[in-house]
Design a protein around this ligand. Structure first.
Ligand SMILES: Nc1nc2c(ncn2[C@@H]2O[C@H](COP(=O)(O)OP(=O)(O)O)[C@@H](O)[C@H]2O)c(=O)[nH]1
Ligand SMILES: [Mg+2]
Ligand SMILES: [Zn+2]
Length: 301
């Protein structure tokens, strides 16, 4: 019996489409009975497969690095958080929430500023671009600038993807599909829709989660459903752990939430007032904290 290690790149009802690690060959498989529980196997999982006569069967799932609920995916190394500097304008609350989500899931956040071709048109676009480069650059996050329209910066972005599994996120209209299409097309990725049609199961819907193999050990995740950025696992009290700029602060109390505490005891507040910490980042922290607290307070009601 042949034993194979493969990556789940798409799920069509009960058909699992896999990329075989050693050959990059694409195969379809079914689940062994013991795995047949919803969400036991996710797109992104690395699985152990056996060939039984002519059929491939998934025997087990190798321990995950991480997993997300919406979309249901696993083993994400980095998130390409796409923000557009114009049409739509950057949504900074969303950007900060996405960074928090990444840090809480051990995913490296990479900020991709798209639509940089619009910078020359408008002063406010330029200001947003400078704000992101300054504030998020100082925090140590990797930032890449692109124009999917003019095909600029895409190779810089691609260089960051090597040997990693990357998900693209960002609000609607920022250019995720344009960027991923550009990358997928240039790598001549096998069209997975064809395989699922051959299997005569389900329909090829745009909602499905696809993991594209764009080179040795390099995958990108294209999820049209990546619109829910609810911080479902995080309590308001924990939120502060995911703010890099708070790490160096010496508040008087270890459990300082940096919310109601006075400047005399809260070093975060002092650093906001002296512009060491960006005021916008802090105000958004307070906003997200309050939202998480409301949810927490409602939890048993
Ligand atoms: N000016 C400009 N428009 C872009 C750029 N990238 C995407 N767009 C346009 O923005 C709109 C939304 O792009 P899309 O890729 O569908 O965004 P998504 O919702 O994030 O997948 C489309 O009309 C694109 O043509 C860019 O770099 N510059
Ligand atoms: Mg899209
Ligand atoms: Zn504090």
């Amino acid at each position: 019996m042949e034993k194979i290690i493969a990556r789940v790149i798409r799920i069509d009802l009960d058909i699992y489409i896999l990329n075989v690690e050693s050959t990059d060959e694409i195969i379809t498989a079914k689940l062994r009975g013991n795995l047949k529980k919803k969400d036991n196997v996710l797109v992104g999982d690395i699985v152990s497969v056996e060939k039984v006569l002519d059929d491939y069967m998934i025997n087990s799932v190798i321990t995950r690095k991480n997993s997300l609920i919406r979309p249901p995916v696993s083993n994400i190394d980095q998130m390409i958080i796409v923000v557009s500097v114009g049409a739509p304008k950057p949504d900074y609350i969303l950007l900060d929430k996405q960074i928090v989500l990444c840090l809480s899931k051990n995913i490296k956040p990479i900020i991709c500023i798209n639509k940089v071709d619009l910078v020359s048109q408008d002063e406010s676009v330029k200001n947003d671009m400078e704000y992101i480069l300054d504030v998020y650059g100082k925090l140590g996050y990797t930032i890449v600038s692109t124009s999917a329209k003019e095909k600029k910066g895409i190779t810089n972005l691609e260089a960051l993807l090597k040997n990693k599994t990357s998900a693209f996120s960002g609000n609607s209209g920022v250019g995720k599909s344009s960027i991923t299409k550009e990358i997928i097309d240039s790598h001549h990725v096998v069209q997975i829709g064809d395989i699922s049609r051959k299997s005569k199961r389900g329909k090829h819907t745009t909602k499905s989660v696809n993991l594209y193999n764009i080179g040795e050990n390099t995958y990108i995740l294209d999820t049209p459903g990546f619109s829910s950025y609810e911080l479902y696992d995080i309590e308001h009290k924990e939120l502060r752990k995911y703010y890099t700029e708070f790490e160096k602060c010496q508040c008087d109390y270890d459990d300082c939430a940096h919310i109601i505490e006075d400047e005399s005891v809260c070093d975060v507040k002092r650093k906001v007032n002296t512009n060491v910490i960006d005021k916008g980042r802090y105000e958004r922290y307070v906003y997200i904290y309050e939202k998480l607290k409301e949810k927490y307070d409602r939890r048993y009601k």
